[in-house]
Design a binder for this molecule. Structure first.
Ligand code: SAM
Ligand code: SF4
Length: 330
């Protein structure tokens, strides 16, 4: 599938639920209202939708959320999607998770064909972890990471850079990831969804500053590693591991964008930072054949916008995009 700007769309991210067992301060308000269950696609419908994308040329699938691994019976879907790996129609099946269920599921993920996972962890300090995630259990996530290591899953840590929160432990995180054999990606806070009492401008820490700080203690070598996504990578000479920087606020990464995002209600967002979307639930439910669905997908890809336009500034602390990150899964 090619969009109007000649970009190949080969990567689908699927938010399988908007629910989560954490309430990270930059992602959700504590008293979130979630989607009514009846609006959420069944696992069978998600399987059918993903299958249609794979037939149209998607080579990489990432499950996200909300917390994808808290959806009931999620392993059924993951095992089904794993069949596309076996047939050679899919190159990679992966997940972005907060790690809370990994202790239980890591082995099953590996058995389904997953080889790499992203685990979100913003701090190595238990107190801060509780302050950031509100409901998270630090020990559980650590046990989950151990289980992922044992299962043979390659882990990449995602950390949101938060001013005044984790900016004093960046070096420690680099060192810890180096020791555990993990790559690490820093993410800037994006203006998505209303956060209740938490003001975004207060959390925003530009990654140019993170990088400058890290350079005081580590040798960061620019490398040509590119996953087609927004991260720019360096290699830490001392640990041999990569650090990625995802800088939607200060860097335009849209030229190489290869992805689209599906929500758990079957809405397809062609750009994380734009509101335009296509409803795939109706064509999915309208007939048992996939013809209408395929047509709707191709029409949507034809509307993929050139790029996004995020702004965080002090005059307007309004989100650039009204939906929360947990709707599209980041
Ligand atoms: N629950 C899973 C997790 O936390 O990994 C998957 C969904 S979560 C929405 C995906 C990623 O988005 C996480 O790494 C999270 O830190 C990040 N995220 C959430 N809200 C964000 C925001 N406003 N700005 C930047 N990153 C955000
Ligand atoms: Fe849940 Fe992930 Fe959002 Fe945290 S970032 S509240 S773990 S969806």
């Amino acid at each position: 599938m090619q969009d109007p700007f000649g970009r190949d769309v080969s990567y689908l991210r699927v938010s399988v639920t908007d629910r989560c067992d954490f309430r990270c301060v930059y992602c959700m308000a504590e008293d979130m209202t979630f989607l009514p269950k009846k609006d959420v696609l069944s696992l069978e419908e998600l399987d059918r939708l993903c299958g249609a994308f794979v037939r149209l040329g998607v080579r990489k699938l990432r499950l996200t959320g909300g917390e994808p691994l808290v959806r009931r019976n999620i392993m059924w879907l993951i095992n089904r999607l794993g069949e596309h790996l076996k047939s050679g129609d899919l190159d990679e099946l992966t997940v972005t998770t907060n790690g809370s269920q990994l202790e239980k599921l890591a082995d099953q993920l590996y058995a389904a064909g997953m080889r790499r996972i992203n685990v979100s962890l913003d701090t190595l300090n238990e107190e801060k972890f509780v302050a950031i995630t509100r409901w998270g259990k630090y020990d559980k996530v650590m046990a989950g990471l151990d289980a992922a290591d044992r299962a043979g899953l390659k882990v990449k840590i995602n950390a949101v850079a938060l001013k005044g929160v984790n900016d004093d432990e960046l070096d420690h995180m680099v060192e810890w990831c180096g020791k555990r054999g993990y790559d690490l990606t820093f993410i800037e806070v994006m203006p998505m969804g209303d956060m209740g009492e938490h003001q975004r401008v207060d959390q925003y820490l530009p990654l140019s500053m993170v990088r400058a700080e890290l350079q005081k203690n580590w040798t960061l070598e620019d490398i040509d590693y590119n996953t087609g996504g927004p991260a720019r990578y360096v290699r830490v000479k001392e640990t041999g591991h990569r650090i990625g920087f995802i800088t939607p606020m200060t860097h335009n990464f849209c030229e190489s964008c290869n992805r689209v995002r599906l929500t758990c209600t079957g809405t397809l967002f062609m750009c994380l930072g734009q509101d335009d979307a296509a409803d795939l639930r109706e064509p999915l439910r309208a007939s048992e054949s996939d013809e209408l669905l395929q047509q709707a997908i191709l029409e949507a890809i034809d509307r993929k916008p050139k790029g996004h336009d995020f702004i965080i500034d002090r005059r307007s602390d309004k989100p650039a995009v009204g939906r929360h990150m947990s709707v599209t899964g980041g």
